[in-house]
Design a protein. Structure first.
Length: 508
C-alpha cells in the first residue's frame, strides 16, 4: 500500500515538474540563450560561467558577447528577452500600446504596494499619473532647492564634528548617503523631519525611519523571489508587515493633519509637499467611486494616496542615494576630477548657489552624466507585450505576454553608440565635453528609462544629485581608502550599488 502511494506521489510530482520545466524553464523559439535550470533559471550558469563568479552586469555583457543583440535570460524564475540594440529599444519605447509596463518585477511589487503608479496599467495608470506626474514639474521641484541645501549642510556639520581626522577611512558612506536622501525625502514628500541627519541617528532611529528601512529591505527581497514564494515570504514576514502598518498610520495621520488645516494654509502647503498636493485629489465618497468602472473614476482613495507615497520612496530613495554613493566613490579615485569641479565652483566661495548658477556648472553636469552612464542604478527596464510583434533591427518575432528587458548597462558600453575618445568601461566625464563631432549617441544613455513609462522623478533626481554634489565639493575632498576597502564592484539588489567603498573625508 505504501509503495503504491509513494509511486502515485512520485508520478504526480514528476508530471508537475515536467509540465513547469517544459512550459516555463525551456528555451523556446529561435532566440538564443542558455537552457535554464528549473526555478534557478540561469543564475547557476551566471555563477559558474564567468571568471570570479560574475555579477549580474558582467553576465549581461558576457551574454551579449556570446549571443548578440537579443537573447533569452532567466534571472531565477523570471524570464526576459534581453534587448541590446538601440533601434529595437527605441521601437519598444515608442510603441506604448504594444509594449506596456513590464510585469516581471511589478507583479511582486504589487504584493506589498498594490496601488503605486509604477505597478499600474491602462485607465488606472492614467488616473494615478494625472495626479502624480504634476508633482514633479520643474516649477514644483525648484521649491525644494533650499531644503536640499539645508539637509546637505546638516550632513556636512555632522562630518565636521565626527570626521576630525582627515586620514581616517570611513566605511559608512552608504549609510551616510542613504540618511541624507531619506531626510530630504521626508521633507519633500511629507514636510516631516525623519531625523536621519541628527547626530545620533544611527543608534536611535525614529520609529517611522526604522519602519521605512525595514519595509525597503523587505521590498528588495520580494522583488527577486518567484511570485508565489514572494507572497508567502510577505505573509510570514511580521516585522515588515508591522513596518507597513506603522508607515500607513503615520501617512494617515499626515493626511488627517492636512485635511484639518485651514484651506488657505493648505493651498500654500500644496506647493511644498507631495502629501499636501495629493490630499487635494482625495475622493469625496470612496464607496461611490469604488462602484464605478475604472474609466469613470475620479480622484484617489486614501489607500491609493498612501501607496503612491510609499511608491515614491521605493522608486526615488534607493536610486538617488546610490548615485550619490557612486559619486563619492569616483571622486575618491579621481582627485583631478574633484579639482576640476572645485575650480568650477571656486567663484562661489562656499556661498549658497542659486539654481541658475547650478545650471551653469557644465563640468559637474558631465560628471553626473558619466556617472549615470557608467553606473546608473537601474541596469535596465522591462516591458510586457500586449500583442505579437517583430523587432525591426534584429528581426526576431515576439509573442504576446513575453517580457523584454532593455539593457541600459550594455547600451551604455556599446562602441556602436559612443565616441572612441575614451574607454567605455572607465569613468571619463570629458567624453561629454570633447565630443565636438557628436559621435556620442545620447539616446543610448537611458538611466531614467524611456517612452510613456520613463522615470517620473528624473528632474527631481537630477536636481538633488547636482545640488548635493556641488555642495559637498564646495567643502570636502574625498580620498581613496585603499583597494582593500575601496574597490567598488557591483552589489546588485534592486539597484546597482558599489560593493566596497571606503574613503577619507578632508575639509578643504
Ligand atoms: C538617480 C535617480 C533615479 C533613477 C536612475 C531612476 C530610474 C528610473 C527608471 C529606470 C525607471 C523605469 C523607467 C522605465 O521603465 O522606462 C523609473 C521609474 C520611476 N521613477 Fe525613477 N529614478 C530615479 C529617481 C527617482 C525619484 C527621485 C523619484 C520620485 C521621488 C522617482 C520616481 C519614479 C516613478 C514614480 C517611476 C514609475 C514611472 C511609471 O511607472 O510610469 N524616481 N525610475
Amino acid at each position: 500500500m505504501f509503495s503504491v502511494t509513494f509511486a502515485i506521489v512520485l508520478l504526480f510530482f514528476s508530471i508537475v515538474y515536467y509540465y513547469f520545466k517544459s512550459k516555463y524553464f525551456t528555451l523556446h523559439g529561435p532566440i538564443p540563450g542558455i537552457p535554464p535550470h528549473f526555478m534557478f533559471g540561469n543564475l547557476l550558469h551566471c555563477a559558474f560561467l564567468l571568471p570570479g563568479a560574475g555579477s549580474i552586469p558582467d553576465v549581461f555583457l558576457y551574454m551579449r558577447e556570446r549571443f548578440g543583440d537579443v537573447y533569452q535570460l532567466w534571472l531565477g524564475s523570471k524570464r526576459m528577452i534581453m534587448i541590446n540594440c538601440l533601434e529595437d529599444a527605441q521601437h519598444i519605447f515608442s510603441h506604448r500600446l504594444i509594449y506596456d509596463q513590464g510585469d516581471v518585477f511589478t507583479k511582486n511589487l504589487k504584493i506589498i504596494n498594490p496601488h503605486g503608479v509604477i505597478c499600474l496599467k491602462g485607465a488606472e495608470f492614467k488616473r494615478h499619473a494625472s495626479f502624480t506626474a504634476p508633482l514633479f514639474r520643474r516649477a514644483k521641484i525648484l521649491v525644494h532647492f533650499n531644503t536640499i541645501t539645508e539637509c546637505t549642510d546638516k550632513l556636512l556639520d555632522r562630518w565636521r564634528t565626527q570626521y576630525k581626522d582627515s586620514n581616517e577611512v570611513h566605511l559608512d558612506m552608504i549609510e551616510q548617503s542613504q540618511q541624507l536622501l531619506l531626510g530630504i525625502f521626508g521633507f519633500i514628500a511629507f514636510d516631516y523631519d525623519l531625523q536621519t541627519l541628527e547626530e545620533n541617528s544611527g543608534n536611535n532611529k525614529h520609529e517611522l525611519t526604522e519602519a521605512f528601512h525595514s519595509f525597503l529591505n523587505t521590498m528588495q527581497i520580494v522583488l527577486q523571489l518567484p511570485t508565489f514564494v514572494a507572497r508567502i515570504f510577505w505573509f510570514l514576514n511580521f516585522k515588515a508587515r508591522r513596518a507597513r502598518t506603522i508607515i500607513d498610520q503615520y501617512v494617515n495621520d499626515m493626511i488627517e493633519h492636512e485635511l484639518n488645516s485651514p484651506s488657505e494654509m493648505r493651498s500654500e502647503r500644496k506647493r511644498t509637499s507631495f502629501i499636501a498636493s495629493l490630499v487635494t485629489s482625495l475622493q469625496e465618497d470612496e464607496k461611490v467611486e469604488a462602484a464605478k468602472p475604472e474609466e469613470e473614476k475620479k480622484g484617489l482613495s486614501r489607500v491609493e494616496v498612501m501607496s503612491e507615497m510609499i511608491g515614491f520612496l521605493g522608486a526615488g530613495y534607493g536610486t538617488t542615494s546610490t548615485s550619490l554613493i557612486w559619486f563619492i566613490y569616483f571622486m575618491s579615485k579621481n582627485s583631478q576630477i574633484q579639482n576640476q569641479i572645485k575650480k568650477e565652483l571656486a567663484e562661489y566661495n562656499g556661498q549658497h548657489i542659486s539654481h541658475e548658477q547650478l545650471d551653469s556648472l557644465v563640468y559637474l553636469e558631465c560628471v553626473l552624466r558619466e556617472l549615470l552612464r557608467l553606473v546608473g542604478p537601474a541596469l535596465g527596464t522591462v516591458r510586457t507585450l500586449t500583442t505579437d510583434d517583430k523587432l525591426p533591427a534584429s528581426g526576431f518575432e515576439l509573442k504576446k505576454g513575453e517580457s523584454v528587458m532593455i539593457s541600459f548597462y550594455a547600451l551604455a558600453r556599446d562602441k556602436r553608440y559612443w565616441s572612441d575618445l575614451y574607454d567605455l568601461n572607465e569613468f571619463h566625464p570629458e567624453r561629454f565635453l570633447y565630443d565636438t563631432e557628436h559621435k556620442n549617441n545620447l539616446s543610448a544613455l537611458m538611466a531614467f528609462g524611456g517612452g510613456h513609462r520613463q522615470c517620473m522623478g528624473q528632474d527631481l533626481a537630477r536636481l538633488e544629485l547636482k545640488l548635493i554634489c556641488a555642495r559637498l565639493m564646495q567643502f570636502v575632498s574625498f580620498g581613496d581608502g585603499g583597494n582593500e576597502v575601496n574597490s567598488g564592484g557591483y552589489d546588485v539588489t534592486n539597484v546597482n550599488k558599489p560593493k566596497k567603498i571606503g574613503v577619507t573625508v578632508r575639509f578643504d
